[in-house]
Every structure is written in structure tokens, then in C-alpha cells.
Design a protein around this ligand. Structure first.
Ligand SMILES: NC(=O)c1ccc[n+]([C@@H]2O[C@H](COP(=O)([O-])OP(=O)(O)OC[C@H]3O[C@@H](n4cnc5c(N)ncnc54)[C@H](O)[C@@H]3O)[C@@H](O)[C@H]2O)c1
Ligand SMILES: O=C(O)C(=O)C[C@]1(C(=O)O)C=C[C@@H](O)C=C1
Length: 296
């Protein structure tokens, strides 16, 4: 497959926020589609996408959006992917590929698949890249460069469809990893969902401290807390949906996290410095391993 050049005649993006617009801009940059259309329930987002040159056409009509599309990418919040699929499914052309970008996989596969007619190829995907910003004006073509893209195709998914979706993401600069959806949801529960939950909690706790302390928190906010506030500024609707749709894995990881936190609480209470130091030495090593792996 060539690095540039038409890969899909028509791509339809359902939901044109941060992720949809970033992938659309990358598809444009690599000349991967002859025509890009977007469908979004928010007219202001459709107008902005047209104004920014993210797409050729925009519509609020789901059937019109997917008419003649070779690839349909669902980029809505996780909780409404199924509703969107139900709305556009009757308009899909025979043999079309449907994909998504949702942060949870098992629930979305369940919600979307049930609406797709026979002969449609569903290739679920998840870019491990994002920012705390939302909407079409937040998108940029380089967002996925040197980042992972996880595919979770159910058994029996058409290999050619998987290859075409992979190529689109490779052109965006991503490295592809294929995994089982259940495994994906457990891995992301610890690497992405729990960190977000912790950030939402810490910033909420600081905010509940009372006015005089709140001012001090803003004034003296050091880089550690600042990093948490960036994560805690992420889209509320998206993250509500992530937790409600990856409930089991998040609750299991949260249980383990609470036990580990209690262990640290006891160590602090009883002055057990060796236990604290042993853990902090181990975690420092992990950070070094991650940096090394990323440089390799
Ligand atoms: N933000 C991130 O860091 C990130 C990273 C990886 C994956 N994701 C996933 O990408 C998806 C989109 O996230 P985002 O950050 O681009 O969100 P966003 O809020 O920037 O964009 C979502 C868009 O979907 C539209 N929308 C909402 N409901 C709709 C519906 N029923 N039909 C059509 N359009 C609808 C909204 O108007 C908005 O334009 C989510 O599933 C999320 O899990 C997000
Ligand atoms: O960098 C950020 O702002 C992100 O939170 C991106 C991030 C993450 O790494 O947790 C958030 C959600 C996703 O599904 C994938 C990526």
C-alpha cells in the first residue's frame, strides 16, 4: 500500500470533535480520501468543520452522511455510539467498513454491532492519544503521530478491512497493536481510566477545601498538581461514558488501588519508611523503563 494516495473514495465521520477532526485532517493531509463528509448533532461543530476545511460536506442527517461512504468512523462520546449506528445503519452501502475511536471497546462493540446489517465490516479502533480539549477547533493532524492505535476486531473480521483501517492510522503516524477487546478494557482501566479518576478526585478534593485554601491552591499550584488539573479538565460527557461503559474493569482496578493506598496510609501512620522507600524506588524504575522503551 502506498504511503500517500486515495485509500477510501468517501469517508464519513460521525461526530466531529477532537478525535474526529484530527483523523479527518490527517486523512486530508495524506490524501487518503477523495471526499470527506461529517455528521454531527451540533450545527456549530458542523459549520466550524466546514470553515476549517476539515471536510468537504457536512450534514445533520445520518443517512445522507453515510450514503456511498466506503468508511464510516464513529467519533461520538462512547455512550451514544450505538444510537449513532442505529441512525446511520439503514443508509450504509453494501461492503462498507465501519470503525470507531472509543476509549472502551467491549460495550461499544456490543452497542454498534447489533445495528449493522450483514455484509458490513466493523473494525473497532482506539487511538492512545488525546488532549483535554474538545470540539473540531481542538483537532490537529499530528495528534496520532508516534502514538499507539489499538484495534480490537472481533474474531472473523474481514482481514482486508482491518488492513485498510490500519493503513489510514499508519499514515497518521500511529503504530498498530491488535488485541482482544476484554484485554483492552482491562489494560486501559489501569493506564488511562484510573489516572483520570484520580485526577478528577484530587482536583475535586482541592476545590472542596474552602475559599481561603482554594486561593492558595491556585497560587502555589506546583507542576505535579498542575498536571492533574490538565487531566481533570478533560471532557465531562466522554469520561462519564467511559466509567459507565467500562464499569467492571474500572471497579476491579479501583479495588486493588484502594488496597494499595491503605497499605501506604498504614506505612505513613506507623512510620514505616522502608515500605515507602521500597515502593518509590520501584516506581522510579518503571518511569525509567517507560522512557527507555519510548526512545528505543
Ligand atoms: N479526548 C481524548 O483524549 C480521546 C482519546 C482517544 C479516544 N477518544 C474517544 O474519541 C471519541 C470522541 O471523543 P472527542 O474527544 O473527540 O470528543 P468531542 O467532545 O471533542 O467530540 C465529540 C463530538 O460528537 C458529537 N456528538 C455527540 N453526540 C452525537 C451523536 N449522537 N451523533 C453525532 N454526533 C454526536 C459532538 O457534538 C462532538 O462534536 C470518544 O468515544 C472518546 O472515548 C477520546
Ligand atoms: O493526554 C491526554 O489528555 C489523555 O488523557 C489521552 C488519553 C490517555 O492517555 O489517557 C485519554 C483517553 C484515551 O482514550 C486515550 C488517551
Amino acid at each position: 500500500m502506498s504511503k500517500d494516495g486515495i485509500l477510501f473514495d468517501r469517508i464519513a465521520f460521525i461526530g466531529i470533535g477532537l478525535i474526529g477532526s484530527s483523523l479527518a485532517l490527517s486523512a486530508r493531509k495524506t490524501n487518503s480520501a477523495s471526499h470527506i463528509t461529517v455528521c454531527d448533532i451540533n450545527k456549530a461543530h458542523r459549520d466550524k468543520a466546514l470553515e476549517l476545511g476539515i471536510c468537504d460536506t457536512a450534514t445533520g442527517d445520518f443517512i445522507e452522511a453515510v450514503k456511498d461512504a466506503d468508511l464510516v468512523v464513529i467519533c461520538t462520546p462512547p455512550g451514544v455510539c450505538g444510537d449513532a449506528a442505529a441512525a446511520f445503519a439503514p443508509g450504509l452501502k453494501e461492503g462498507a467498513i465501519v470503525s470507531d475511536v472509543g476509549s472502551v471497546k467491549q460495550a461499544i462493540i456490543h452497542d454498534v454491532s447489533q445495528h449493522l446489517p450483514d455484509g458490513i465490516h466493523f473494525v473497532p479502533a482506539h487511538p492512545i492519544a488525546g488532549t483535554e480539549h474538545s470540539g473540531p477547533e481542538a483537532g490537529f493532524a499530528e495528534l496520532f503521530d508516534k502514538r499507539w492505535l489499538i484495534l480490537t476486531p472481533p474474531a472473523g473480521t474481514d482481514e482486508e478491512a482491518v488492513k485498510k483501517v490500519s493503513t489510514l492510522w499508519e499514515r497518521a503516524g500511529s503504530t498498530i497493536e491488535v488485541m482482544d477487546a476484554q484485554h483492552h478494557d482491562m489494560v486501559l482501566a489501569i493506564t488511562s481510566h484510573l489516572p483520570h479518576l484520580i485526577a478528577f478526585t484530587i482536583v475535586g478534593t482541592a476545590d472542596d477545601l474552602g475559599d481561603h485554601l482554594k486561593q492558595e491552591v491556585i497560587k502555589f499550584s506546583a507542576s505535579g498538581f498542575r498536571d492533574f488539573t490538565r487531566i481533570a479538565a478533560s471532557d465531562p460527557v466522554m469520561w462519564r461514558d467511559v466509567f459507565l461503559n467500562n464499569k467492571e474493569a474500572v471497579l476491579e482496578i479501583l479495588q486493588r488501588f484502594s488496597e494499595d493506598l491503605t497499605f501506604l496510609q498504614r506505612a505513613i501512620r506507623w512510620g514505616e519508611g522502608d515500605k515507602l522507600e521500597e515502593l518509590f524506588t520501584r516506581t522510579r524504575e518503571i518511569r525509567r523503563d517507560i522512557i527507555e522503551a519510548n526512545q528505543a
